[in-house]
Each structure stands twice: as C-alpha cells, then as structure tokens.
Design a protein around this ligand. Structure first.
Ligand code: SF4
Length: 343
C-alpha cells in the first residue's frame, strides 16, 4: 500500500483520514501540532496511544526536505540553504537573523517563469510549483537546523507566489495558525512581480499580510525592458491594484526597487518615482543590485543610491536602503541553485 504523506494535509483532511482509521477527530489536532513542531516520527508523538502509532506507521509518513548544501556568512548570521525535495528538485531559502528574531525567506516555485532580466532564478524557466507542505518544510527545516523559532516569513525566494495561489494561501494559513506556527499576518510578507488579478484576489482574502511589489522602474519603458510582466500589466494598472489592496487590507505596501547603474537609478527616475507614488500608503525599499553572472547589469554606486533615497525622502516618500545580509555569501536570489545545476 502506498503510504500517505500527512505533510500537506489540512486539519479537515487529517480529521477525515483519522475517521477512516476508525479514530476520533480530536487526534487530528494532536498530530497536526506535532507535524508543525517539526516531528517526522509517529513514535515520538508522546500523547498518541501505541495502537494509533502503529496504524499511522502502516499507512502514512511525514515528509521533510533535506539540506543539500548550506552556506554560512562569517559577517552576520545569515545562512543560505539549498534544499533537496522528494523528487530531487532543489530550492533555495535564506535565514536572516535580526534583533527581533529569525526571518525565513522562502521559495514558492522551482525556478520561475517571469523572466526578470536581473534575476538568476528565472534562467532555466519554471520547473514546477511547490506544494504548501514543501513551502512549510522550508521554514521547518530552518527551525530544525538553527534550533530557533522563525518569527517572520517572506515569500521572496525563487518563483512568483501569486501564480501558485491556492498553495500560497494554504501555506499562509498554516504559518498563521495557532496550532502550527502562530506567526501574525503582519509578519508574513508575499512578494510579487505584479500579477494584477492575483493582487486583487489577495485583497479579498481577509488576510492582511504584508504585500511587497517588485516595481524596479518609474515608467513603462524602463519596466518593460526589465520585467516582461509589465507588458501584460503596465504600471498604472498595477498601482490601481495596489490601491485596492491598501483599501481592503488597510496595510501599507512595500515597493521593492533594485537599483541598476544607469538604467533606473538617475535623479530623473527618482523624481518620476516619487510623483508616481505620491499619496500612496507605501514604503520604498531600495536594493543595490546583486549582479548576476553573464548579464551586463551593474550595481549603482553608493553615492547614487543615497541621492536616489534623498530625493524620495525629500518628497515625503518613506524609503530605506535594504541592509545587505550575508555579504560574503552574496549570491543573489536563485544564483546558488543555478550554479549547482550548472555544475
Ligand atoms: S525577480 Fe522574482 S518574479 Fe522576477 S524572475 Fe526572479 S524570482 Fe521570478
């Protein structure tokens, strides 16, 4: 008999499964809690009767990703992981340590279909979506490895999360569930390259998580050249969806803006960007580019970054320059996986 993987079963599905085993529904809650404490062995679930443990061992298992490689920063406590999935695909995740606790940056797809020109994750295209159980495993594996609870999760690794919508929502529910990770919605961030229907749908979920939108340009000409998605959903349409998200969730949106030398980092770009975001409840996160090998794109010099920031601040736009974590293991998102795939 093929054993069932209980990682990825919702509480309701778990209750149904236990009913089939002739067990009471309340056992589902106990098992659910153990799974999201990181337990993979039924025999270690100390509040279950031996008879049930036997039944579970005969019919089910709990999957877990394996750490394939791990890169630890000598500068700060950032760790980048390459996880090996059950089908031998690989994904990247990052653990970052802040004063308030650990943040896990996780992937939502193997590879990415979006084709942003500055990104290594998209080089081999999309391989497949991750299930919510696999996304949860990325967080669990980070917790297990570091022996600390994750207090904030950002879905900002490889992949476009809003193209893996159902799994994303279930993942966020488990992160937020008091029976599992119990992380508040404010501490959950989803980053999108601007899938307008996905943003509108997310606005209506009644889940006021933090939304980060990769903007990276102040006008359609530049954005078209950096992000193919802009041809489908141009900037003004994207900003309309963002306004809708703000109205529905009352949450401030973060706009991510990677600064690329002489492409989107001029004073004129900064001015144009501040005009565009005027009156919007938002924060701008400026990110000096992490150059990807083989692409002819350079990072802006620090003076230019500060000038860009100052223009936005002078116009009353809340802005910060993202602190670089793990500078010595600084491969940009997707680069580690890509370099391993290319041998
Ligand atoms: S930046 Fe994000 S959306 Fe764009 S290709 Fe990379 S992973 Fe995909």
């Amino acid at each position: 008999m093929n054993k069932i993987n209980l990682k990825g079963y919702t509480l309701t599905q778990m209750e149904e499964f236990l009913k089939q085993l002739g067990e009471p529904a309340y056992r589902a809650k106990q098992i659910f809690k153990w799974i999201y404490k990181g337990q993979t062995q039924f025999e270690n679930m100390t509040d279950l009767p031996k008879k049930l443990i036997k039944k579970l061992e005969n019919s089910a298992y709990i999957s877990m990703v394996n750490i394939y490689k791990k890169y630890e920063s000598d500068i700060d406590e950032t760790v980048k992981y390459i996880f090996l999935l059950e089908d031998r695909n690989m994904v990247e995740s990052v653990k970052m340590k802040y004063s308030f606790g650990i943040t896990a940056c996780i992937s939502s797809q193997v590879g990415c279909p979006m084709g942003c020109v500055f990104c290594a994750s998209t080089e081999g295209g999309i391989v497949r979506n991750l299930s919510w159980g696999e996304m949860t495993d990325e967080v669990l594996a980070i917790e297990n490895d570091s022996n600390e609870k994750v207090s904030r999760v950002v879905v900002m690794g490889s992949g476009e999360p809003l193209l893996n919508y159902e799994e994303l929502i279930q993942f966020l529910k488990v992160m937020n569930s008091p029976l599992a990770f119990n992380i508040s919605l404010r501490r959950l961030t989803v980053s999108t390259c601007g899938i307008v229907p996905g943003i509108i749908r997310l606005s209506e979920e009644g889940m006021p998580i933090t939304l980060a939108v990769s903007l990276h340009a102040p006008n359609d000409d530049i954005r078209n050249s950096l992000m193919p998605i802009n041809k489908q959903y141009p900037i003004l349409q994207l900003l309309d969806a963002c306004k809708y998200y703000i109205i529905k969730t009352k949450r401030r949106i973060t706009f991510e803006y990677v600064l690329i030398s002489n492409i989107n980092d001029t004073e004129q770009c900064a001015q144009e960007l501040s005009n565009l975001l005027e009156d919007l409840l938002c924060h701008v996160n400026l990110i000096p580019l992490n150059p990807v090998e083989g692409k002819n794109l350079n990072r802006s010099d620090p003076v230019r970054v500060r000038r860009f920031e100052k223009i936005l601040l002078d116009e009353g736009i809340s802005t910060t320059v993202r602190r670089e974590m793990g500078g010595d293991i600084k491969a940009a998102c997707g680069q580690l996986r890509r370099s391993l795939l290319m041998g």
